[in-house]
Design a protein around this ligand. Structure first.
Ligand SMILES: C[S@@+](CC[C@H](N)C(=O)[O-])C[C@H]1O[C@@H](n2cnc3c(N)ncnc32)[C@H](O)[C@@H]1O
Length: 262
């Protein structure tokens, strides 16, 4: 807990704001990763290797800008390799811890972009019921030479922060908004003018001694409609979340969403 407080304070002292709690979440992920790095590594390695294969599949004469959406702590991002493959790498997230900013600066061709990938967080509840903006389209338009995008374990998280901004919203409207945000991101990826790799958790399972105790959809009823690889991420081994319960997530990895739309 002390280490988390120090980590959070260090980021705030260096100017990183936290208007919607993203920095706090990143610090919580950092702490959880420290506790479970061994259990998480097969999942993280698989994410990095899928993203790298997707990046390497980009034609050699079309490797100007790579955009990483939800780059966070870079646990699932092969940043050194992307930096070597592309002229520029843009990391897009709502928050960056100092270590990530320092790594970006060291690599020289990596930029950090603080941005809300729903385009909603500062506008709710006034925009409830309105069509959601084409955030990824706008990012692509303002960025000549976008040749690759990687959505890095972001999709299931996007609605959660918007719902947090709307305490007291009726359940049905929460579900509607959450599903619209999931669709907004998937549609945005599909419409990008470049290959787009997607890794996202889709289902959470609680297991008691190997037997499924509960299963929850993490995409708010939206079926991604994409064929890809799936694997299990041992997210909260026994006792981390609830005593006696192993929590795992089923992860979907798609090398290029444009090739495999069902
Ligand atoms: C589960 S983490 C992804 C893991 C991350 N790729 C890593 O390796 O640490 C989700 C990331 O999405 C970011 N995020 C969530 N909602 C966002 C939003 N509306 N706009 C931009 N980033 C967002 C969070 O700050 C966090 O870094």
């Amino acid at each position: 807990m002390l280490a988390e407080t120090v980590k959070y304070a260090a980021a705030r002292l260096r100017g990183q704001g936290d208007p919607h709690g993203h920095l706090a979440q990143q610090v919580a992920i950092w702490a959880r990763h420290r506790r479970h790095s061994t259990a998480w590594e097969p999942h993280l390695a698989r994410c990095r290797s899928l993203a790298l294969a997707a990046a390497r599949a980009c034609p050699e004469d079309a490797r100007r800008t790579a955009l990483v959406l939800g780059s966070g702590l870079l646990l699932d991002v092969p940043l050194d390799e992307l930096s070597a493959l592309f002229e520029t790498v843009v990391l897009a997230d709502m928050a960056f811890v100092p270590e990530v900013r320092a790594k970006a600066a060291r690599l020289g061709n990596v930029k950090t972009l603080v941005t809300d990938l729903t385009g909603q967080l500062d506008r709710l509840p006034g925009t409830l019921g309105e069509p959601l903006p084409d955030v990824l389209g706008e990012l692509a338009t303002g960025r000549a030479g976008l040749d690759f995008a990687y959505s890095a374990n972001l999709l299931s998280q996007l609605p959660l922060f918007a719902l947090d901004a709307l305490p007291g919203l009726e359940e049905g409207r929460c579900a509607e908004l959450a599903a619209a945000i999931v669709r907004q991101h998937l549609d945005g990826l599909l419409a990008l003018p470049c290959p787009a790799c997607l890794v996202t958790d889709v289902t959470e399972r609680g297991l008691r001694q190997g037997v499924v105790d509960y299963e929850a959809d993490l995409l708010f009823g939206v079926a991604p409609g994409l064929r890809g690889e799936t694997w299990a991420w041992n997210m909260a081994p026994d006792g981390e979340a609830v005593r006696g319960l192993d929590v795992e997530r089923v992860v979907l990895g798609v090398q290029n969403v444009r090739d495999v739309a069902a």
